[in-house]
Design a protein around this ligand. Structure first.
Ligand SMILES: [Zn+2]
Length: 298
C-alpha cells in the first residue's frame, strides 16, 4: 500500500507511468520535461532503424535520473531533405541522382522520414501542452543530425520560449565534434552495443579485411559526412563499425548526459529573466557553427 500518493520514486522519470500527483510532485522538484526524438532510419545492415530515437531516449532518461525532470515517451519522428549535388557526390553517386537523407537506391528499406511541416507541428504542439502543464524548461532531446531537422527544432525552441515564463531547449544527444559525427559507424555501433546489445549484428557486415562501401551499406564515417570521402568511397578504418567498443558507448552516454545537463542548468539559471537571450541555450554548445557546415550526421 502506498503511504504517500504524491511520492515519486527516485528511479521513475517516465512520464507515461506517472499519475497526476506524481507529475506535479516531479515538476515541483524540478520543472523540466524532456521530449526525446529521432526518425526510424536506415543505419546500415547491422543496426536497427531506431538508433537515433533510442540514443535520444537513453540520454534523456539518464539526464532526468541524474538531475531531475520527467521524460516523455520517445517520438519515432524526424525529417530529411533531398541531398544537394555535392553531398550526393561525396557519397559516391553521380550528382544527378535524387537521394533523400540516407535512402540510397540500393538499400533494402527506405526510412520513415516525415515532412518538416508535419514534424514541426507535432513537436510544437507537445511543447505547448507541456507549457500548459506549467513545465518551465522543455528540452527537446534530438538524436538526428540532418540540417533541416535541426534548424526546424531550433526554430520551435526559440519561437516557443517565453522569457520569464518558459524556456524551450534544443539539446543534442550526439557529439558534434568535427570529424566524429558519422552515420552507423563505430560510435553509433558502440552505443548500441552498450545499451541495446541484442539489436546489433556485426555478421551482416562484410568480413574483415574487406572494405565497407558507403553506397552499398549506408554507413558513413565523420569526414565523409563533412565532405571528405575516401577515394574509393569506403569507411575509414578508424571509424569502422567492426571495431566498435562498448566502453566508447558508455563514454558517449556520459558525455551526452553532461551536455544536456549543462543546457538544462543554463536554462534553469535564465528562464525567469524576462530579458533572457533566447539563443543562449542554443549557443552554449557552439551549435550554430555546426549547422553552417555542409555536414549531415547521425
Ligand atoms: Zn544515427
Amino acid at each position: 500500500m502506498s503511504t504517500n500518493p504524491g511520492q515519486v520514486t527516485l528511479s521513475e522519470v517516465r512520464y507515461e507511468l506517472l499519475r497526476p500527483q506524481q507529475i506535479i510532485a516531479a515538476r515541483e522538484k524540478l520543472p523540466v520535461a524532456y521530449i526525446p526524438l529521432g526518425p526510424m532510419e536506415w543505419h546500415g545492415p547491422h543496426l536497427p532503424f531506431g538508433v537515433d530515437m533510442l540514443h535520444a531516449y537513453t540520454v534523456a532518461l539518464e539526464t532526468a535520473r541524474s538531475i531531475g525532470g520527467v521524460v516523455l515517451p520517445p517520438l519515432p519522428l524526424g525529417t530529411e531533405s533531398v541531398l544537394e549535388p555535392d553531398r550526393v557526390m561525396h557519397r559516391g553517386f553521380t550528382s544527378h541522382e535524387r537521394i533523400e537523407g540516407m535512402d540510397f537506391p540500393d538499400l533494402a528499406l527506405p526510412s520513415l522520414y516525415i515532412v518538416e511541416s508535419s514534424f514541426m507541428t507535432i513537436v510544437r504542439e507537445l511543447v505547448r501542452g507541456l507549457k500548459r502543464q506549467m513545465f518551465r524548461i522543455i528540452v527537446i532531446v534530438n538524436g538526428h543530425g540532418a540540417k533541416y531537422h535541426m534548424t526546424g527544432l531550433m526554430r520551435v525552441a526559440v519561437e516557443e520560449s517565453e522569457p520569464g515564463k518558459h524556456a524551450v531547449v534544443h539539446a543534442l544527444a550526439f557529439d558534434i565534434t568535427p570529424g566524429k559525427g558519422g552515420h552507423a559507424e563505430r560510435y553509433e555501433t558502440g552505443f548500441m552495443q552498450a545499451y541495446f546489445p541484442n539489436t546489433v549484428d556485426l555478421y551482416s557486415l562484410p568480413e574483415l579485411p574487406l572494405p565497407i562501401k558507403n553506397m552499398e551499406t549506408g554507413i558513413l564515417d565523420g569526414p565523409t559526412c563533412e565532405g571528405r570521402p575516401t577515394p574509393d568511397f569506403t569507411v575509414r578504418s578508424e571509424q569502422d563499425p567492426r571495431f566498435a567498443k562498448v566502453e566508447e558507448g558508455h563514454q558517449d552516454l556520459a558525455n551526452g548526459v553532461e551536455r544536456v545537463s549543462k543546457q538544462v542548468k543554463e536554462a534553469m539559471r535564465t528562464w525567469q529573466d524576462p530579458k533572457a537571450n533566447l539563443w543562449a541555450p542554443v549557443r552554449v554548445l557552439g551549435f550554430e557553427s555546426y549547422i553552417q557546415q555542409p555536414s549531415e550526421v547521425d
